[in-house]
Ligand binder design. Structure first.
Ligand code: SF4
Length: 461
């Protein structure tokens, strides 16, 4: 059978690469299609597949469904399979036109059922992380060559997160509700074998041009075995791969992990992303991150800096509170107190289906903003605020990196949040923010890499 795998966005479609790898184990014919191209539906139709596979984030769901509908108009027998984050959060998408199957859970265990003709919701069982196919990058890079030379590739060692943020569809409670605590611990809280990870990375090195790996573990320093696993992984990575990693953590594990582990990663990490998200205790409570506070964040930040790391602090503004703009300014001032001079990324809150915050918004009749596309890069908040606040939040989100890096005073922040930017300027601000983040991580190679990014990336702003 022929499976068309439709990939969205600028980063690698990591989930679909595992789907491709699993399909190859079943001797199926696969081909990847680039949904960044306006002709994607026609390209798929011309190949005449039996199945189309999509793994969109919520942001891309409507877009991929439109592609699916278009393909089905030309090829009515094509079966459209949706998996990944959005299908996991909202399996009821199977009732919509353009969706025949929603896979809830990993790809392993679904292909037999799909080939046997099962339709509707297919829930797969969680096994162990070592029981995952190898991502099918060879075919992917052949079909979408721009991804082979994309400066950044995506990898991970653990699939799940120990936290339970109200806005996140990867939160532990969501997964436990679906799969049970034992399966969650076994599949989501264990790590892939180091040998497998190294094998995957060697293939990335062999097949393309790569300057950094975005390490997608939500907390690489979490778990009891971190003290032994991380140094062993770092030793192997430095010796056999040696491409810099961009990691994600929270303050709690930054403070818990030993000096030895932090030192072991120093040579292979170019930046650590630290989730701050909000500063006011009541805002952290809305995010279900009451386990964090500014004091811990500051200590964690200082510890990373002392160990020689660059830190990218991350925050989310546009909360369902009485004074969202004041809350956002408090967050920016908090980021300055923690690490003025550092890079930070500030995004507007997006309300994803199936999350605790989406339930909260429904229960409290909080309306959504029809101008929001769900893309955080636009800076447009998902919640409907009055137009003046929407503009201010958008400006704070887009200019926040500059405010923190250059420690801009509150007076200037308040003036600049009211400035009206035309499209061209808005694009330039997003570009500069993007460039500063890349330069911070890739240092002297940053300029050259950014030039390449501009040629191959559809910038969303
Ligand atoms: S720490 Fe990150 S991945 Fe984990 S629940 Fe929170 S937002 Fe989701």
């Amino acid at each position: 059978m022929k499976f068309a795998l439709v990939c969205c966005g600028n980063e690698e479609s990591y989930g679909l690469l595992f789907v491709g790898g699993e399909l190859l184990l079943y001797d199926q014919e696969i081909k990847f299609f680039d949904a960044e191209l306006a002709t994607v539906a026609e390209d798929v139709i011309a190949w005449s597949p039996d199945f189309t596979c999509f793994s969109p984030m919520t942001t891309f769901f409507s877009y991929t469904r439109d592609i699916s509908i278009k393909v089905k108009e030309a090829l009515p027998d094509v079966v459209a399979v949706f998996g990944g984050h959005h299908a996991f959060s909202d399996p009821d998408i199977v009732d919509l036109d353009g969706v025949d199957v929603a896979v809830v859970g990993p790809v392993r265990g679904s292909i037999d059922k799909i080939l046997e003709g099962e339709r509707g919701i297919i829930k797969t069982c969680l096994t162990v992380p070592s029981d995952m196919p190898m991502p099918s990058r060879e075919q992917y890079y052949k079909d979408i060559p721009r991804m082979a030379t994309r400066y950044r590739k995506v990898m991970l060692s653990t699939l799940g997160c120990p936290w339970n943020c109200s806005y996140c569809s990867s939160s532990s409670s969501h997964i436990i509700k679906l799969h049970g605590i034992e399966s969650y611990r076994r599949y989501y809280r264990n790590r892939r074998p180091i040998d497998t990870i190294i094998e995957e990375a060697k293939e990335i090195l062999r097949l393309g041009e790569t300057y950094e790996i975005e390490w997608s573990d939500d907390e690489i320093f979490s778990g009891n075995e971190a003290e032994t696993w991380v140094p062993e992984f770092a030793r192997r990575w430095e010796k056999e791969i040696n491409i810099p990693l961009y990691l994600q953590t929270t303050s709690v594990f930054a403070l818990r992990v030993s000096d030895e582990v932090l030192d072991s990663m120093k040579n292979i990490v170019n930046c650590i992303g630290m989730g701050v998200q909000a500063i006011r205790p009541e805002s952290l409570r809305i995010y279900n991150r009451q386990w964090d506070n500014e004091e811990k964040m500051k200590k964690a930040y200082d510890r990373y800096i002392k160990h020689g790391y660059s830190v990218n602090m991350q925050a989310i503004i546009g909360l369902p509170v009485e004074d969202p703009v004041e809350d956002a300014i408090d967050t920016i001032k908090g980021l300055q107190r923690i690490g003025a001079g550092s890079i930070c990324s500030i995004y507007p809150l997006q309300i994803y289906p199936g999350t605790a915050i989406s339930k909260y918004c429904k229960e409290n009749n909080i309306e959504m903003n029809e101008l929001s596309t769900g893309d955080t890069n636009t800076g447009i908040p998902n919640i409907k605020f009055d137009p003046k606040d929407v503009k201010r939040l958008r400006n704070l989100s887009k200019l926040g990196t500059m405010f923190v890096k250059h420690n801009v005073s509150e007076e200037w922040i308040r003036i600049l949040m009211d400035v009206e930017f035309d499209e061209e300027t808005s694009k330039k601000i997003s570009l500069t923010r993007y460039k500063e983040c890349v330069m911070d991580r890739l240092k002297e190679k940053g300029e050259e890499v950014f030039e390449k990014i501009l040629k191959t990336t559809k910038l969303r702003y």
